[in-house]
Design a protein around this ligand. Structure first.
Ligand SMILES: [Zn+2]
Length: 297
């Protein structure tokens, strides 16, 4: 009899419940918002993870730490640890949860609760929950994507829920129906920050944010979803956005970047950004009528 192993999907980092043989497929990767690699689905056992990777922790600002796996593992997101007087919150999650990470996070005050923006970062939430005896708080709208359920898993419903230290989870939707952002009222200067995962994407142009249904396949969201995401964060006070990927922070003016990103996005869907050809039946480009006349003469 073979001992059961908890396999992780190499493409998306999702950890599956222990089994004698690797899973047949990864439903997270089979979804249009992810992808099955050209070479097929590959599986990592615990030894693959701990011998080839380690986690690096760095302070982003007072009370906020970023944790990422090196070399890059699966999607390559970072997890963020927010320190509060009522206990720390781990925002988003990683596939690697090794002894060194657990000790380092304990020295920062441990983890009182884990919250995750959307299913692509559910990763190894069970291992982190067990290591810190902490609940994992996920939006119920995405419950079908949990492949490794456990007793510390809690689903919440509705638009907003409170976490320790005045933090709030806000359901924004968009990329996933239960797409969630974390509002942190404190931080540097007390102006507040949004921890946004992929729900509002920090992009190279820091004066806007991005929104997407499928990032790997460049599939856009409809206008009403982008409007809904922007509306969900509109009441929140923040001037910084800490996004999903290492280095992905808007350090100031983040509130304006959301509004500018929303406007750009809707203009893009409507064909109103500069440099595009007019829509069929729309106003012809200068010179287009001349060219048409020449063709028919
Ligand atoms: Zn996967």
């Amino acid at each position: 009899m073979t001992a059961a192993t908890a396999f992780a999907c190499a493409a998306c980092g999702t950890l599956f419940p222990p089994s004698a043989a690797p899973p047949v497929a990864c439903p997270v990767c089979q979804d249009v918002r992810q992808y099955v690699p050209e070479a097929g689905q590959r599986w990592l056992g615990p030894a693959d993870l701990t011998t080839d990777h380690s986690n690096r922790i760095e302070r982003l600002e007072p009370g906020l730490y970023a944790i990422r796996s090196e070399p890059r593992l699966a999607i390559g997101q970072r997890a963020l640890l927010v320190q509060t007087a009522e206990g720390n919150v781990l925002w988003d999650c990683l596939t690697l949860c090794d002894r060194a990470t657990i000790e380092a996070v304990r020295s920062l005050g441990g983890v009182a609760a884990i919250a995750i923006s959307h299913p692509h970062y559910y990763s190894a939430h069970r291992l982190w929950a067990e290591a810190f005896d902490a609940p994992v708080i996920l939006h119920r709208a995405d419950r079908a994507w949990v492949v490794d359920a456990h007793p510390r898993l809690q689903h919440w419903q509705g638009a907003v829920t409170s976490l320790p230290g005045g933090l709030q989870l806000v359901r924004a939707g968009g990329h996933f129906p239960g797409g969630t952002v974390l509002h942190w009222p404190g931080g540097a200067g007390g102006a507040g920050a949004l921890l946004s995962g992929d729900i509002l994407q920090v992009v190279p142009d820091r004066s806007v944010v991005g929104f997407m249904y499928s990032y790997p396949s460049y599939l856009p969201l409809p206008a009403w979803e982008v409007e809904a995401v922007a509306a969900a964060v509109e009441p929140l006070a923040f001037d910084r956005i800490h996004g999903a990927f290492p280095g992905g922070t808007i350090w100031q003016g983040a509130k304006d970047a959301v509004e500018r990103g929303r406007r750009h996005y809707l203009q893009a869907l409507a064909g109103e950004l500069p440099g595009l050809r007019p829509a069929p039946g729309g106003v012809p480009r200068p010179g287009a009528e001349d060219a048409a006349a020449r063709r028919h003469s």
